[in-house]
Design a protein around this ligand. Sequence first.
Ligand code: NAP
Ligand code: MG
Length: 401
Amino acid sequence: MEKIKMTTPLVEMDGDEMTRILWAMIKEELLEPFIDLNTEYYDLGLQYRNETDDQVTIDAAEATKKYKVAVKCATITPNHARMEEYDLKKMYKSPNGTIRAILDGTVFRAPIIVKGIEPCVRNWKKPITLARHAYGDIYKNTEMSIDKPGKVELVYTSEDGEEKRALIQEFKAPGIAMGMHNMQASIESFARSCFNYALDTKQDVWFGAKDTISKTYDARFKQVFQEIFEKEFKEKFEEAGLVYFYSLIDDIVARVMKAEGGFIWACKNYDGDVMSDMVSSAFGSLAMMTSVLVSPQGYYEYEAAHGTVQRHYYRHLEGHETSTNSVATIFAWTGALRKRGELDQNEALVNFADKLEKATIMTIESGKMTKDLAIITTLENPQILNSREFILEIRKTLETL
Ligand code: NAP
Ligand code: MG
């Protein structure tokens, strides 16, 4: 069989630990036998990030601007333990944070639905895609511990010397305080990313915030979404038969639990962080969750939602077999290959991505799966495979399609 050709490279960002092992297996068994893989390779493994003073992460993000599509393996975000383990020159920032700061945009996370892995919420029949704003709020906050009576104020001084002040609290006793911000442009691009992604994937958009309590901050998010929707998207949504609505976050949460899925839930940064973990575990497993960063300029970076699966890696290093689920990493590749194919009008590549996803799902539905799924499946007598066996079974299924 002739291999599929690629006209434009994909930005490939390799990573760390167990996911790095899976990455190599996926390429060897599921991609390279079928595609003349054309990637520009960046090694975001911690050792090479350290050798390059993290320049490689910046280069990879810049390359994503050039080629528009990237696929990323999970990477270690260094902490004190990692400083020692890898003898690091400094405690580098999270690669995802660095990449998001360069590309801007919104992270969309969606569960991969298979028969036999049933959501805990019985009425969820279709995936719920979580759109998480990836800039600001408490992730870029300033905090203070107050240890004796005094007052805390918010002070703004404009460049031309104008001053605005607001009292946060007159402390009569010890306490805590916090200041945070967001940017008009970032909120606007968040809104546009959500509406564009909705049109791309033919799904409604639900957005929730707390504007009844936060009358300036959250109210701004609500207002920006409404204005951009009215001006730029209303007609396109009507043509596509789609709906956008805003409600209070607590009302949205209640509706989500009663809904059947099949929509995009837009969340502010913190809400998205927390709710995506709830939604993914309620759908079955973190290892069955895809994640894509969509920038307002139309750059796409695909990855798995989980980390480097450190515990499994240490077992692997000790020479034990692991049963690590590669599905989300496979879907990161198929997402990127499909998008590459769409942008390049490379139908063969799009078809291949569809087939590989189908083969992956069929393999699990036939009862062959990794341990994390075997524990929760409703299928009887699942066959537990190790990391490589599972990938080889997917290959067998793929070759029948
Ligand atoms: P993790 O890698 O997501 O794994 C946490 C636990 O979830 C695992 O120990 C495992 O449970 C289970 N799990 C996750 N993915 C799995 C898979 N594919 N197959 C089977 N089980 C899976 O999180 P972590 O261990 O807290 O973090 C490890 C490293 O990943 C950290 O250095 C962190 O900085 C990094 N991280 C990176 C990203 C990213 O690059 N996007 C995201 C999050 C974390 P059992 O051990 O019980 O089997
Ligand atoms: Mg989280």
